[in-house]
Design a protein around this ligand. Structure first.
Ligand SMILES: [Zn+2]
Length: 71
């Protein structure tokens, strides 16, 4: 699962900066307000059971929902 770890490492490196920026805009930091993960198009092939909808905000794309789910 090296790809997963690489993704998580990349994610954590930018996470705090991204969260602060997304909070200003009221958008979910994990999906940038889209409600789904755009990068999953490729990963989906290797992980058929992966839910591409953003689980952090339940697909709403709102920062408040992200905050409720993750905190
Ligand atoms: Zn989201």
């Amino acid at each position: 699962m090296g790809i997963i770890n690489a993704f998580l490492n990349w994610k954590s490196a930018y996470y705090e900066k991204k969260v602060a920026k997304m909070k200003e805009q009221g958008l979910c930091p994990d999906c940038r307000g889209r409600g789904y993960h755009a990068s999953v198009a490729n990963a989906y092939i290797y992980m058929p059971s992966f839910d591409y909808r953003c689980y952090s905000c339940n697909g709403s794309g709102a920062f408040t929902d992200w905050e409720n789910v993750t905190h």
